[in-house]
Design a binder for this molecule. Sequence first.
Ligand code: SF4
Length: 683
Amino acid sequence: TSAHPPTATRTTCGYCGVGCALDVVTRNGEVTAVLPARDGPVNQGHACVKGRFAHGYLTSPERLTRPLLRRDGRLEAIGWDEALGEVARGLRKVIDTGGPDAVAAISSARATNEENYLVQKFMRVVVGTNNVDNCSRLCHSPSAAGLTASFGLSGGTDTFDDVERSDCLLVVGANPVEAHPVVGARLLRRVLHGAKLVVADPRAVGLALHADVHLRPRPGTNVALFHGLAHVLLAEGLADEGFLRERATGLPELAELLDDYPPDRVADLTGVPAADLVAAARLYGRARQPAIVYGLGVTEHLHGTDGVRSLANLAILRGAVGTDRGHGVNPLRGQNNVQGASDMGALPDLLPGYGKVTDPAVRSRAEAVWGAPVPARPGLRIPDMFAAARAGNLRALWVIGEDVCATDPDTNQVARALDTCPLVICNELFLSETARHADIVLPAASWLEKDGTFVNFDRRFQRVRPGVPPPGEARTDFEIVHAVATAMGIDIGCPTPAEALAECGRVAPVFAGLSHDRLERDGAIPWPCPDPGRPGEAKLYKERFATPDGRAHLAVSPYLPPGEQPDDDYPLILVTGRRWAHYNSGSMTRRGGNLTLDPIDFLDLNPDDALRYEVHDGLPLIVESRHGRARLIARVSEQTAPGQVFCSFHFPASGVNRLTSDHADTVTSCPEYKVTAVRVAVP
Ligand code: SF4
């Protein structure tokens, strides 16, 4: 019946980092449709199959609706009062016996900015440790480190509207047609209107079909590829000498390094033909306003930060960043709020707004707002938390919205860490792989049930509004963190999300001009936004770079090989990534209509390899690495290069992340998901 007319609530998509504005249509308390907003600042009336159709999970009978407590090895439903008492007593006991650094928390992009702000404040003020990290550790932490070192701030340099004005797009290590479909469509539209396109990716991703040049480097050789492109820019006089003289540093040192990367040598290192390399460099080097867009194919490597910085070198050499002669360097963030989780200081070494915890001036500003001391010693990163748990040094871990047992690398070791840790608390929508290892599971609200803000991949704050209430007794992460602090006898402040964002602006001047009221009035606002009377900065560095000397810094990092190479025992390189209908561990997209679009996980093999291993479409396979074993179904695909295989991580039952290694970026500890040596066998 239509007891109530339908209502529409404007919110921001909780899947990928594009940040599409969506209108959630509800009737009688249930979501009946999710529609792309015509006036959405990024999506302009479009949305993809995830944002539009993957909302059936809201009413899944598998949703957690009551807290769970492990008793005699089994998780049993209990009430909130008992659950909060157990959490508070457990944390207090660990702090009293092991000290604050025996506790850690993993926050995530599933949480709003306000929730991430509250989580890091809880850890620093209530617990007294910097042991807080978020899932950007596993994806774009090399972007934050690399872009900060090159330009001064951790975000992308330009807006997507700028990128779409470019006459030459260099898309590297990204498959936006599937992973960020609305951006993929906008890039394609630009190419169809005449922009040149260079795609650098080992796979023949969707955009590669439309590329003027498709570079297919062997996985793990990005730094050599970028140096090869830079070598050609310098050798052919395509660098912007005036920009380099006035606004950059490091050219003599880089030029000396690049002498070692002529196209023929780079062809040997990467497998990319020298002629293709030269053609790509000329397209980028001769364009009027080139732009770089990149994804996890750049960051998820042993030398991911070197990759980001070497890629940024190209924009600096061309004077195509911070000027009207180009549209910079722009990471495509994988998850909805992975930018915001880091912006809010859910990081072991940085406070909200990226001030270092080791800096006394930064700490004292936060201490003045919080009325409590902030620990000066940087905390543990996510992989170090697991290692500390396995070693018996970490005795309580709170995981908020991240299925670490499905999505982190070498998941056998992650599970062992959780099983060793005496107290594991987990905020979750479903009984995920991680929740199965927890001692206390707290039922959480999803993005369609929350109030707050997200930051998308081009640094825009946008409002998140609840279309429906959470089911049963489930609560938002904001409410849960508050309730735990109260149960521990501490008033953490920030009674509402709006007040949390306002307080964040007092801790981090870069956000001081933002407020919920302003976002209601003005719509999306990019950061930096220090002044409530002025718009945020959409394009960065027009006057000066945010580095201490105000200049862009060219990086001088030699190419170093990846952590694993194929050999006789493990002759194939596995690359993992996303497919179009699903999102991350698939916990939401697999519980609804999207499962009929993309029902199982496949291992893509090149036809040559399929012939060699006598494999055909649909054949069940065992895939083995040095770290573990997974089961997948074969799919023969020209998209994948000979000697390489590809699969997603959307189906935890396949066990794909049992295969991946613990090799990680030497600067940020981001896992090397993109290079794992494997073999396949028919069971
Ligand atoms: Fe937009 Fe990404 Fe959501 Fe798709 S998943 S609707 S592209 S924000």
